[in-house]
Design a protein around this ligand. Sequence first.
Ligand SMILES: *[C@@H]1O[C@H](CO)[C@@H](O)[C@H](O)[C@H]1NC(C)=O
Ligand SMILES: *[C@@H]1O[C@H](CO)[C@@H](O)[C@H](O)[C@H]1NC(C)=O
Ligand SMILES: *[C@@H]1O[C@H](CO)[C@@H](O)[C@H](O)[C@H]1NC(C)=O
Ligand SMILES: *[C@@H]1O[C@H](CO)[C@@H](O)[C@H](O)[C@H]1NC(C)=O
Ligand SMILES: *[C@@H]1O[C@H](CO)[C@@H](O)[C@H](O)[C@H]1NC(C)=O
Length: 436
Amino acid sequence: MASLKGRFFSLLLLSITCIVLLILLQGNVLGSNSRTGFLEYNRFREDSDEGESTPSPENPQNYRTTRRNSLMKPKSDKKTTPAETPIPVLSLKSFDKLPQWDFEDIYNQDSPPRLTTCAQSLRNSQDKDFQKAFLPNIRLYLHKDNFNMSEWNRLSHFNNPFGFMQMHHEEVMAAIKLLPKLKEPLLLPKQGGDGCVHCAVVGTGGILNGSKMGAEIDAHDYVFRMNGAAIEGYEEDVGNRTSVYVHTAHSITASLAFYQKYGYKAAPHDEGIIYVMIPEGLRDFQWLQAVYKGERVVSGEYKNRNARTYYSGQFNESRFYVLHQDFLRYVRNSFLKSSNLNKTFWGIVRPTNGAFALFLALHVCDTVSAYGFMTPDYSKYSNYYFERYTKTHVVFYANHDYILEKNLWKKLHDKKILKLFQRTKSEAVTEKPKQL
Ligand SMILES: *[C@@H]1O[C@H](CO)[C@@H](O)[C@H](O)[C@H]1NC(C)=O
Ligand SMILES: *[C@@H]1O[C@H](CO)[C@@H](O)[C@H](O)[C@H]1NC(C)=O
Ligand SMILES: *[C@@H]1O[C@H](CO)[C@@H](O)[C@H](O)[C@H]1NC(C)=O
Ligand SMILES: *[C@@H]1O[C@H](CO)[C@@H](O)[C@H](O)[C@H]1NC(C)=O
Ligand SMILES: *[C@@H]1O[C@H](CO)[C@@H](O)[C@H](O)[C@H]1NC(C)=O
């Protein structure tokens, strides 16, 4: 019996491997419609001048072509019947580097247009590389009304947080069906202002220690923070307002445990604050269920935690947004495609929470100033601004490409798309970014 079962499973495994290999092979031959990343764009510019149309779900011609090779394979090209059952669960272990699906760079782009009267909006940037990479209407948030089985099947090809690889439909749906469709755009220009949405995004970088940037940060219309955003005792350097707090279940729980000794007592909870979650794994969907229901987490890593208490009474369904997998994947593919995605540990390689927060700001604000993000002279500062009394080193975790991010912030600063807070400007210009 056992050996029969064993044989059955090896056969099943073999067939799945064959299918996956086939798809990969086809992808390699046909999958040449990839958008080029922001940093790499210069290299490819010459051969893509001919108004190459970006495939999108609104462009059925391209969508159909690219769907042909996917696991959700339609029977015929004429009548595409929507898939009604989840595809078999794909495993990270089946791929020794980032798999390339030919629908990798197809994103929902249906965010309501943000009509801005702001002349200095970063959306008006004339920079060709940026114009090419930036998708102003990329879908930003996941909710129950923009999700269905074909979306599940499409997104199940991508690892977390860019999709649902290795996850089971019912486990994730239990959370998604609770997510309401919320008001967009996220932020409006302040009344009596200049018609622009001015944002500060405050990272936790040591460069902020002693910076006295607090007043300048607080003077923005909106202040974004993420992770261990310690404020009390650091106001002079980092400000005291938080309008948008970006987090994961891990960051909101772990920050409390790790940074308590620096005076971090709770996630920011200003009156009316907007919470934004990066759903980075199954544990976040388990967390979300508990948050929305006001119950304890029923399973997984945070089992029995009273999730809502982490928001200090400021949880409010109408102000809690969950980022969409398409947005997260687009940020990686168009701006932060690390060469580590070709390594066997590709499955854990992703932009930092700070990078996602900064890109959210670039999509919902007109001007963005970044404070506490990596700069060319990062080694002069502690890892975190709250490490005030001991000089620590910046810690490089394998799941993030900090150097790539550092170079991107500098590049976006030089192109005047954002303003990166730097302390030693003269040195900043001498270091040559890696990928240019
Ligand atoms: C499923 O959702 C996607 C994205 O929101 C949408 O484009 C598509 O039309 C939906 N499909 C069905 C069958 O409802
Ligand atoms: C921040 O500091 C200002 C000036 O000291 C104060 O008026 C304001 O109430 C503070 N805001 C918060 C959210 O603590
Ligand atoms: C939730 O927030 C909205 C918008 O800020 C507000 O109108 C509503 O009263 C809040 N609900 C609760 C239960 O606090
Ligand atoms: C991975 O390797 C392939 C082939 O060597 C190369 O074309 C691609 O650019 C690499 N991807 C990344 C993200 O570096
Ligand atoms: C933090 O800033 C203070 C004030 O400028 C300074 O005295 C201290 O040495 C700094 N700490 C580190 C670790 O750089």
